[in-house]
Design a protein around this ligand. Structure first.
Ligand code: SAH
Length: 390
């Protein structure tokens, strides 16, 4: 196994279990590691620090073990079993009215570079590192052992999440089974999930608890769900007795599935619009009691952070200007590079611009199947605020 030796003092973050080795920390590579190779990391005093996947780039090693062990089928099974047991222990797995959850959330599950979502026996795997993609067949075997006959499908959807030079010749593909979509249940709400043609792994599982909270504010209200995708928030609002729910998304396929999901839940109080949110929000003054803003990540990297802040301010200010007096605004950002303080400040700036009085009534985050490893704060990405607008 190739040994990566760090510069003096650079072992401190590893000793605190931070799972990334940055290129600047590396002093010597003993051997010639290739992208995706399993390597051992040592301090400048030759102290063993851990084992991880090597990949040429600013994050040079993603650590998945801080103890010496063999990296074999048992190891990968053990990691998946831990992830499963954690979710079982906190009650996400085994709920009567829920059969969709994130089984693996990268660094939080000591599997950096790997996402695995579970949709009622169908599993979608997304590798963000070459090393995790190279062990995909071991992971399939581990999933089979973990779920037994409950496992119907494993779909690898990594083409868009891996470095271009590696993924150019890749395609998204079934590694087991061949089902492309299914119907899942989330807190008793029914949703069709299509992982082949849908966005990300097919469904935004991370908004589960926030959708549940939205339902508590919707009875007899006129609700607007912007960036609705397949209608996650909309179905909760409609089922909770909203007077009317409007979904808006620019994607035609998302709107089609959104309508199907509304039908599946017998929502007669729902209409969907395939339109740009900024255009839709024009001329809607004093019409909506409740508005949801859940845009895609406006900033995917640090260099575009400033533009993203301007985007969030513009969007929130537009919604704050239109919402009824006494209205409730659910506003989110899933851009990892926009931290919660910057997001909150941006919302304040939007409130100033919209000249509305605003109170924060809930501070929202990501759910327990997307936990934040305290030694890897970079895993925190979803932020939300529920605002009372006068
Ligand atoms: N709230 C959703 C997830 C939103 S994902 C849920 O709970 O499932 C973001 C969505 O925004 C995507 O469906 C994308 O098609 C849509 N989108 C991106 N830009 C948009 C725009 N300018 N106007 C409307 N929708 C947009």
């Amino acid at each position: 196994m190739v040994k990566i030796i760090l510069n003096k003092g650079k072992e401190q973050s590893m000793l605190r279990f931070h799972p990334w080795v940055f290129s600047g920390a590396v002093k010597i590579k003993e051997g010639e590691p290739k992208d995706g190779d399993v390597v051992e990391v040592y301090s400048s005093h030759n102290q063993f620090l851990g084992i991880g996947h090597y990949q040429d780039g600013s994050i040079t090693v993603r650590m998945f073990s801080f103890t010496k062990c063999e990296i074999n089928a048992d190891f990968w099974f053990g990691r998946l079993e831990n992830a499963y047991n954690y979710r079982k222990q906190i009650g996400i797995i085994g709920k009567e009215d829920n059969n969709v959850y994130r089984l693996v959330f990268g660094e939080a599950d000591e599997l950096p570079g790997l996402i695995i979502d579970f949709y009622k026996g169908h599993v979608v795997m997304q590798a963000h590192s070459i090393g995790m993609h190279l062990v995909k067949h071991e992971l399939v075997k581990a999933l089979q052992k973990l779920y037994g006959t409950e496992l119907k499908t494993v779909y690898d959807k990594s083409k868009e999440t891996l470095p271009k030079n590696y993924s150019a010749s890749l395609k998204n593909e079934f590694l087991f089974g061949d089902t492309g979509k299914t119907e899942v249940m989330e807190y008793g709400h029914r949703f069709l999930v299509d992982w082949e043609s849908g966005q990300k792994t097919g469904f935004f599982i991370d908004q589960r608890e926030n959708r549940k909270l939205l339902a508590t504010y919707c009875k007899d209200k006129t609700v607007l769900n912007t960036f609705s995708y397949t209608g996650g928030f909309s179905v909760y609002a409609a089922k909770a007795g909203a007077k009317m729910v409007h979904s808006v998304d620019v994607s035609k396929t998302a709107i089609e599935l959104c309508n199907q999901n509304a039908d599946l839940n017998n929502c007669t109080n729902h209409e969907a619009y395939c339109e740009d949110t900024f255009d839709f929000l024009k001329n809607k003054e004093n019409f909506y009691d409740v508005i949801v803003l859940d845009p895609p990540a406006f900033a995917k990297s640090r260099d575009v952070k400033h533009n993203a802040v301007i985007g969030y301010k513009k969007l929130n200010s537009a919604a704050l200007k239109q919402i009824k007096k006494g209205g409730i605004l659910f506003t989110f950002s899933c851009s990892q590079v926009i931290d919660k303080f910057l997001f909150f400040n941006t919302i304040t700036a939007a409130a100033i611009e919209a000249k509305r009085k605003v109170k924060i009534i809930h501070v929202l985050s990501q759910p327990a199947d997307h936990p934040i490893n305290v030694f890897h704060p970079e895993g925190e990405y979803l932020k939300g605020l529920v605002l009372f607008v006068d």
